[in-house]
Write a protein that binds this ligand. Structure first.
Ligand code: ZN
Length: 369
C-alpha cells in the first residue's frame, strides 16, 4: 500500500472501469467454490476500495488504501472466510480522550510502575505510529476478510474514550468491505447512553454495541439498564459484552464479567442478540450453558487462545450450538490475528465447524450478504 502514490494517482474503486475488484473475482470464481463456502487465499484476495479522511489529529487529508488492485495473481489454496467479531482499531487516526498518556494513567494506575511503563509505551506506539493502513495490512497478512471494529466508552469510571463511535464509523465508511463498526456507550450514563447509541446507529451507521461491564462497572442485571437493551433491540443490533474476568485493569470487578449476569436479559429480550466475549473465561461451562439454552446468545473465542484446551468445543457441537461460536481476536492485543488463528486451527476441529467459527456464523449473525 502506498499512500503517496494513491494521493496522486486517481484511485480506482470497486466497479470502476479498469479496476479488478472482489466483486469481479466473485463473478468468475466457479460457483462450486461458493457452494463449498470458501474464499481464496489472501495472496489472491483483493482488498476493497478504501479511502479515509484523517480528522482526529487536527489535520485533514485524504489517503487511499490500495484501491482494488489485484495482489499476487494466482489463485491458491482454498480457505474459509474469516470474520473477526471483535477487534480494536488502535491507530493514529483514532481519538483518545483526554490523551494517550493521561488515559493510560487513569486506566492502569494500580499497576506496578514497570508494567505500567510497558503498557504506556505500547499504547503510545499504537496510537502514534500505527495507521489504519497497518490494520488492513495485518488483516490481509492473516487472511482476515472483515473485522468488527469497536469503540470503547469508559467515561464514568475513568473519564476516558479509547476510539470513538465517530472513529469506527469513519473507518468503516472508508473501508466498507473490511470494517463493521461497533459503537460503545457507557450504560451508567442512563438516558445519555441510550441517546448516544441511537445516534451511533441511525446517524453514524454503527451495527453493534460493545460493552465492558468489569471496567465500566455496571451490572447487566440492573433494571435501570433495560432501556438500553430495548433500544438495541429496536435498532436491530447485537450487543457484544465482555464476559470474562479482566486482568489488564487493576481495578476491574471480575464479578461484573460473569456470563450468568446476562441470563435475565437474555430471557427478558429473547430477540436481542447477545455475544459473550472472550470465551467466558474463567467460566467456560457457564458460558456454554447460556449459549446452548438461549437461541439469542453467542460466544466469541477471543483472548484466551492459550486456554483453548479448556473450552468445551465438543459439547457445543453435541448440543447443537456449533452455529453460535464466533471467531474473534481482540486485535491488536493478545497476539493479534495470527495467534488466535493458529491456536484455533491446531485444534483440528471438524472442517465444517471450523468454517462456521471462522466466518459463516458471523455472516449469519450480522446478516452479511
Ligand atoms: Zn476488546
Amino acid at each position: 500500500m502506498d499512500c503517496e502514490r494513491n494521493l496522486q494517482a486517481p484511485r480506482r474503486r470497486c466497479g470502476e472501469a479498469g479496476s479488478l475488484c472482489r466483486n469481479t473475482i466473485r463473478g468468475v470464481v466457479p460457483l462450486a467454490l461458493r457452494v463449498l463456502r470458501r474464499r481464496v487465499t489472501p495472496q489472491s484476495r483483493v482488498p476493497g476500495g478504501c479511502s479515509l479522511t484523517i480528522g482526529a489529529t487536527g489535520t485533514s487529508r485524504a489517503i487511499g488504501l490500495d484501491g482494488c488492485s489485484m495482489k499476487g495473481g494466482t489463485i491458491g489454496r482454498v480457505i474459509a472466510m474469516v470474520i473477526d467479531i471483535h477487534a480494536h482499531p488502535f491507530c493514529k487516526e483514532a481519538t483518545v480522550t483526554p490523551d494517550v498518556q493521561e488515559a493510560v494513567k487513569r486506566m492502569f494506575d494500580g499497576l506496578e510502575p514497570q508494567r505500567r511503563e510497558v503498557v504506556q509505551k505500547g499504547f503510545t506506539y499504537l496510537f502514534t505510529q500505527r495507521s489504519i493502513e497497518d490494520i488492513i495490512r495485518d488483516m490481509d497478512g492473516a487472511g482476515v476478510e472483515k473485522a468488527c471494529i469497536v469503540a470503547m466508552d469508559l467515561t464514568t469510571h475513568y473519564g476516558v474514550e479509547l476510539v470513538t463511535n465517530e472513529d469506527v464509523a469513519r473507518f468503516a465508511s472508508a473501508c466498507p468491505d473490511r470494517f463493521i463498526p461497533f459503537a460503545s456507550v457507557d450504560p451508567s450514563m442512563g438516558r445519555a447512553a441510550v441517546d448516544k447509541l441511537v445516534h451511533a446507529v441511525k446517524d453514524l451507521g454503527c451495527r453493534g454495541l460493545k460493552l465492558v461491564p468489569p471496567v465500566q462497572h455496571f451490572d447487566f442485571t440492573d433494571p435501570k439498564h433495560y432501556p438500553l437493551w430495548e433500544t438495541a433491540l429496536e435498532l436491530g443490533i447485537p450487543v457484544w459484552t465482555h464476559a470474562a474476568h479482566q486482568r489488564s485493569h487493576p481495578d476491574s470487578d471480575a464479578r461484573l464479567g460473569h456470563p450468568m449476569l446476562v441470563e435475565p436479559v437474555a430471557l427478558r429480550y429473547p430477540d436481542l442478540k447477545i455475544i459473550l466475549g472472550h470465551c467466558g473465561f474463567p467460566w467456560p461451562w457457564d458460558t456454554w450453558s447460556l449459549v446452548i439454552r438461549h437461541p439469542n446468545v453467542y460466544v466469541d473465542i477471543s483472548v484466551f487462545h492459550d486456554l483453548y484446551g479448556y473450552m468445551p468445543w465438543d459439547a457445543y457441537v453435541k448440543y447443537g450450538a456449533e452455529d453460535k461460536v464466533l471467531f474473534a481476536t481482540d486485535y491488536p492485543l493478545r497476539g493479534g490475528f495470527n495467534d488466535t488463528l493458529t491456536a484455533l486451527r491446531s485444534l483440528n476441529l471438524a472442517s465444517d465447524f471450523e468454517a462456521k467459527i471462522l466466518g459463516e456464523n458471523a455472516m449469519r449473525l450480522l446478516e452479511l450478504g
